[in-house]
Design a protein around this ligand. Structure first.
Ligand code: CA
Length: 613
């Protein structure tokens, strides 16, 4: 099952190695990185008993480290600046000086422009999809040999068979919707006996789950996305692996994972990582407890594991030509490690964007995790972007509750008014829902007007919008709110599906209306620099009406949200400090002209977006 491509055996191979387990990670590397070091993890039976040598111009073994388990060896290699791409042979010799194994280690040339790659920015809109649930392009890979869980589409928490081919087949659908970036939930091997379709129980950090496809398929998907002008964001998990990970049967050292006298779950209280009053007991349980009994907590204080994870990220960026990373459960890892992770990635890719899941309810708590935050403890995360969970919370309540001094649409105003906490509010990912929470329609009593208001907000406020797959076709969880139902199959993604919602003919009128609404806004947003980088100005909500502006030297956009059930006429004199420069406008959603800006008629539960002239 494992990578044997370059591994072959000469003398006495069987006595020394178990072929099934032998591997070197990372399996290859590149010349031309700023950091001249790479640390290889070698795994094979009693490998620590061998002597290692390498003979390649410009490549030297700097250090060899043994750990508690003799089946592991860590080799620090140093590449000179002038080292040329090619195949370096690494020899492993027995005490008797016989060659026990050799590994052809490839040093590839970096692609031109790799270091200077542009990443996802506020000019992009992210489409989040769950690969097991989007489209099944290859039913022959639904069940593969060695996979612990067979496909079962009737089980909401089971494997449904979606794959990389299914995504590739629908790249044009995604592009035509108007989004520019795809975030796919993890595609790496998850070999659990149940409940791992979501991908967060990683079983091999270097191997795509064969039920999704191969590493090569993933690279092809990245290339095909790039050919269509779209970017690809990889979902990564540094905090934990799956209990089905290959190394769980033979850990390099007992401290590879955080071990407790008895099973100890994290308390999920991410606030303990910033709380000045947090007890040591709570803090250590948060960061060192297991995410689940099937998700062992990785100990990133172990220097070999730390390097392993950092190099793995760089490997995937370089190998697949990634445009960004979404980092799962970001504060759950030891934060010194994630800071080093971010810094070492920034050294190789200065403009690379990474967004961390820092799931907390207050802007100040989330802002702590954004790179260059002025934290009192001087912690710098080196994490460029964070998700706007406080705005997500506000969006869930704002359109559902009665207007008052401190409820209703004021919640959105309140959250945005705390942007002073963030070092870079323009680089925050804004969203109404994702794979972990109720679909927005479910949280809004199926009221499409509220969904449109939420989409209007995330597509015109500061930051980088993220839209969860199926939003465009009004997907809901149905009667059950379990995680499996938040991640339903996209209709038309499976052979034999009754309807194909990837086409206009396969969608209902209501679905086409929502699709059209999003499509219009997404296409419009693509070229609107004023939305990407313009300044933000808002006015205190009054009578359930919230008004804000995006503007720069040459353009301005006005957004008026009416959170009342009934139509309201909005007198705009109060906004004259910005509005006085403009006479007319265009309603972006309807395309019709707005001849008189002095008073505006806004239907109930509607956002009006006006491009000012
Ligand atoms: Ca499949």
């Amino acid at each position: 099952m494992y990578r044997l491509t370059y591994l072959y055996f000469l003398l006495f191979p069987i006595t020394l190695f178990s072929q099934e387990l032998a591997r070197i990670d990372p399996p290859f590397w590149w010349t031309g990185f700023k950091n001249p070091e790479v640390q290889l993890m070698v795994y094979g039976k009693n490998i620590a008993e061998t002597r290692v040598s390498v003979d390649y111009p410009g490549l030297a073994i700097n250090k060899i480290s043994k750990v508690a388990n003799p089946n592991y060896l860590f080799i620090d290699l140093t590449l000179e600046a002038a080292t040329k791409p090619g195949i370096a042979t690494i020899l492993f010799r027995t005490k008797e000086n016989k060659v026990a194994a050799k590994y052809a280690y490839e040093l590839k040339a970096r692609k031109k422009g790799s270091a200077a790659r542009k990443s996802f920015t506020s000019s992009d809109v992210i489409y989040l999809l769950m690969p097991d649930r989007f489209a099944n392009g290859d039913p022959t890979n639904d069940n593969v040999e060695g996979s612990a869980e067979p496909v079962d589409r009737m089980n909401p928490d089971g494997r449904h068979g979606g794959d990389i081919k299914g995504i590739a087949d629908h790249l044009d659908y995604i592009r035509e919707l108007g989004v520019t970036t795809i975030w796919i939930n993890p595609l790496l091997l998850n070999n659990q006996s149940k409940y791992s379709y979501h991908g967060y129980s990683i079983g091999d950090y270097y191997k795509t789950d064969p039920r999704f496809g191969t590493n090569e398929d993933y690279v092809k998907l990245a290339d095909a996305s790039h050919q269509r002008g779209m970017k690809l964001v990889m979902d990564m998990v540094l905090n934990h692996c799956g209990s089905g990970h290959w190394w769980m049967n033979d850990l390099p050292s007992p401290d590879w994972i955080n071990q407790w006298p008895e099973f100890t779950r994290t308390n999920y209280r991410a606030g303990t990582s910033t709380d000045p009053y947090a007890s040591a007991a709570d803090s250590s349980q948060f960061v060192g407890g297991w995410f689940d009994n099937t998700m062992p907590d990785l100990n990133q204080h172990n220097p070999f594991l730390k390097n392993y994870l950092i190099e793995n990220t760089i490997w995937w960026i370089e190998y697949a030509g990634l445009d960004g990373i979404r980092q799962d459960t970001h504060p759950y890892s030891f934060k010194e490690m994630t800071a080093e992770w971010g810094k070492r990635i920034a050294v190789e890719y200065p403009a690379f964007n990474m967004v961390g899941e820092c799931w907390m309810g207050f802007p100040a708590s989330v802002a702590y995790w954004q790179k260059d935050a002025l934290n009192r403890d001087h912690y710098n995360s080196w994490l460029p972007s964070v998700f706007d969970f406080p705005l997500y919370d506000a969006l869930n309540k704002a359109f559902n509750e009665p207007e008052s001094w401190n409820t209703g649409i004021l919640r959105i105003y309140d959250v945005l008014s705390q942007d002073f906490s963030y070092p870079n509010p323009g680089n925050i990912v804004v969203f109404a829902d994702n794979h972990d929470v109720s679909r927005y329609l479910d949280s809004q009593n199926n009221d499409v007007r509220k969904l449109k208001m939420a989409m209007a907000l995330i597509l015109t406020t500061r930051g980088i919008p993220e839209i969860y797959y199926g939003t465009e076709i009004l997907m809901t969880s149905g009667d059950h709110q379990g995680d499996g139902n938040k991640r339903r199959d996209f209709p038309g993604g499976w052979p034999g599906d009754e309807r194909n919602a990837f086409t206009a003919q396969g969608r209902t009128d209501q679905q086409n209306d929502m699709y059209g609404y999003l499509h219009t806004l997404l296409e419009w947003r693509k070229t609107k620099e004023v939305i990407h980088t313009g300044k933000f100005l808002h006015f205190i909500p009054s009578g359930g009406i919230y008004t804000y502006f995006r503007y720069n030297a040459s353009e301005a956009v006005m957004v008026v949200m009416n959170n009342n059930e009934e139509t309201k006429t909005v007198e705009t004199k109060r906004f004259s400090e910005i509005l006085k420069k403009y006479k007319t406008g265009i309603d972006v959603v309807t395309g019709s002209g707005v001849k008189d800006l002095s008073s505006l008629v806004i239907p109930g539960k509607t956002a009006m977006i006006i491009e000012l002239r």
